[in-house]
Design a protein around this ligand. Sequence first.
Ligand SMILES: [Zn+2]
Length: 443
Amino acid sequence: MSTLLIQHATVVTMNDQREVIEDGAIFIEGQCIKAVGKTPELVGERSQLAAASEVIDATDMVALPGLVNVHTHAAMTLMRGYADDMPLMPWLREKIWPAEMRMLENGFAEEAVYWGTMLACVEMIRSGTTCFNDMYHTFHAATQAMIDAGIRACPSGVLLGFLPDAPQRLEKAIDFCREMNGAAAGRIKVMLAPHALYTVEPPLLRRVRDAALELGVPIHTHLQETREEMQQIAEQYNGKSAIQVMNDIGVFDAPTLAAHCVYVSDADIDILRAKRVAVAHNPTSNLKLASGIAPIVRYLKEGVLVGIATDGAASNNDLDMVEEMRLAALLHKVATLDPTALDAYTALELATRRGAECLRRETEIGQIAPGFKADIVLFDFRAPHLTPRHNVISHLVYAARASDVHTVIIDGKVVLRHREFTQIDVEKVMAEASHYAALMTGQ
Ligand SMILES: [Zn+2]
């Protein structure tokens, strides 16, 4: 079995004791972390560790568990910059959905989604993300890209009720769960993804719930993103909110992750907490589409599960979790006029171990600790904007950039070394993605 030793790093473990180990070492065997400690002690005591198949000298580097992006639509990288500065509903109806229909109806969906997802994986790995939660069309192609990129992910096929073959698409998504859940030695964990209550009717949602419970997979959806949506749902469902309707249907009996939850009542929050519905907070997307500011500080106080996410690259317009983490910390300070509202450590937690919890993967990832999967990012701290080093936690959230990501290890494999991919041809990924983007948008 291959072994890997990282030594002389500052290790931000994100463990229960919040340990930060100076001159730390991490010993990896196969896919998993075997030992973590001080370099002199770990390597000195067990000299066989120094004979690891690969040794990384991480002097001046900070090791962090890989970032977890809990909500995106990876292949929407193909529509990055295609339609901006519009409200959500016209943006979806006039620009995004027609481009997606062109892709689905013109026979190049598999290739487009494969290369769009591959582009997203490359962008995410380079900015320190090692696991992400996806929702998109053509899930086989998307999943193949995730497997080929070497990233950890939760794919799901988006279910839109207005498509004439929606019930058949759901059956295909269910078959896909049976086939692919646990693929790539456990890197792939599948979810079922009804897009939202405003696009999927209750009978189909009931079928999703039953299937999720039967298969033991979580549900990934969007909830209460804009004022317009709140109004539309209230008119359609006797004054109820989408959270209340979904709860009445029994959707939350299955583990559920909901993107946004910007507008919520006290009763909605009670449901989110009681049913352990995880909220994916997408600060940039909410800002760009002028959706509003989700009450994240209140969620944290009330014990609602929260993670950080980028949303798709058509509404962000990048997939940079380092930026997203900083923005979350800043946004909630100004929203509450309280600089203590969301501190740096909490932001880091939301982007790592709590994100893992949102995906129901907290026993696998989110910490640098023995027994966890070896998903580790090394940030190069030898840089003017990271000097002096009063506090590495503060630097990771308030000063570090995605371009400081130096090395990325996923499932025990080095996928990025010295900012270069070990196996992916990035030029080819960019060329293929640009080609299919042009076909999709008809430009
Ligand atoms: Zn979304």
